[in-house]
Design a protein around this ligand. Structure first.
Ligand SMILES: [Zn+2]
Length: 102
């Protein structure tokens, strides 16, 4: 999916349509101590009790498969107003395998 770099959108700060610059938000790597990671760790029989007890270095059990994993990712765009230079995010992400700013 190709997207233009500049679009006319409503700026919530200026309250009018202005030219916006689109930039993609870079996804940050998930923390090894996050909740989702703890869930998966529990599936392989670690992360019981408090603290990690140094048990995160064990290899993952390959039997456990995450179901419902999607092939596509939702876009996470930032719109920067060219007049006031403030930025806001998109309301709904669009699913696409490949995203490109043109
Ligand atoms: Zn603005």
């Amino acid at each position: 999916m190709k997207f233009p770099k500049l679009v006319n959108r409503l700026c919530p700060f200026c309250r009018k349509h202005t030219q916006h610059k689109i930039s993609q938000n870079k996804r940050q790597a998930a923390s090894s101590l996050s909740r989702g990671s703890k869930y998966r760790a529990r599936k392989r029989g670690v992360a019981r009790g408090t603290g990690n007890l140094g048990r995160y270095s064990k290899p993952a059990v390959t039997k456990f498969k995450r179901t419902g994993a999607k092939e596509t990712k939702k876009t996470d765009l930032r719109y920067t107003c060219q007049e006031c230079k403030k930025s806001h995010t998109q309301r709904k992400g669009i699913r696409s395998k490949k995203f490109e700013l043109k």
